[in-house]
Ligand binder design. Sequence first.
Ligand code: NDP
Length: 378
Amino acid sequence: AGWSLSCRRNVSSSPSRLQSCMPGWVIDQYGTNGVLTYTEDIPVPTVNSPSDVMIKVYAASLNPLDIAMRGGYGATLLKLKRHPMSVLGSDYGSEFPLILGRDVSGVVVDCGSEVTHVAPGDEVWAAVPPWKQGSLAEFVTLTEYEVSHKPKSVSHAEAASIPYVANTALSALVNAGGLCRDSSSNKRVLITGGSGGVGTFSIQLLKAWGAHVTVTCSQNAEGLVRGLGADEVVDYTAEDASEQLEMMEKFDVVLDNVGGETEQLALGLLKPWSGAKYVTLVTPLLLNTDSMGLLNGMCQAGSSLQSKAIQNIISGGVFYRWGFYAPDGPALDDVSRLVDAGKILPVVEAQFPFTQVPQAFQKLEQGHARGKTVVRVT
Ligand code: NDP
């Protein structure tokens, strides 16, 4: 959506044109929580292309990415995605004022002429790609492909806890991990960091697909992850956590939400020479492009991925892969059905009103998530 410097109010009577400014939380520079600013003067992101869907936001949720993006994480690569001409080095527009917030549950207020899947009045949910303006505002505009019908059995606040972690988990488990609904019933999967947003969703998805799921988490999260269906749980803070994991039957897939030292341990837990896959969500790609620039950063990340992939296939007979969030509305349609069937429950740890977005960021920044932090926007 285009951003102009000035706003006019009440210019027309159709739903999307009732107002040209909206309230929301923006940042005008990168930094700590103090950069979050509430304003009522954000230009409304109206429908600009035939595939656009404009959504009134009822609830949003926060992800670790929001904290990171507030501080400038990913700025180099995301700028290229927003303004492809910026690769030439010229100043092709600024990302500010930037709206954070990657999840939305809300109601469609306007659609482009080619939109067929949803219509004004429909209740929808979506994960907002990081290169687009986020959901911590009254309206957000996405393309039809990114939007899906919200599950009917849960509230907007509950629904908003799911899309970004769902699109991430599905992309990681399916595209990188090679799993799917019909091929998971005889698979052993290890999820590290199972108590967070991605973990609590992934446990439930994999159990719905019939996989055997082992989880690492802190001791006080064991009840939570068992309640979501985890078959075996290892307290990673226990002295013998590595030994406990090494004693277990080897795994077909590891979904690593932790990274760091966990990576080496987890790679050794996979079945050798049987197509087993290690998928980590903790990748250096955006850090590299931020610190080294686009070209050097991408080359560095690519060569690090390639050397780890080769090393692990030669030495252990296992695939080493990076997982990434990918926008996918149709995949959310499947998740919506699983939620309505009671197979996936929203795990909402904390809710904040729209006036307390900085407090919601503070909560997330403390770490130790047990599911998701949600912001009620309307
Ligand atoms: P959360 O912050 O919601 O959850 C992280 C969880 O891990 C917390 O419950 C934390 O609880 C637990 N944890 C921390 N350290 C360990 C450890 N050593 N072993 C086991 N558990 C641990 O994060 P998300 O689930 O939303 O995301 C997980 C990771 O994936 C993040 O690093 C995120 O940035 C990344 N991510 C990457 C994406 C991509 O596109 N590549 C997309 C989405 C997420 P406690 O500290 O109490 O144990």
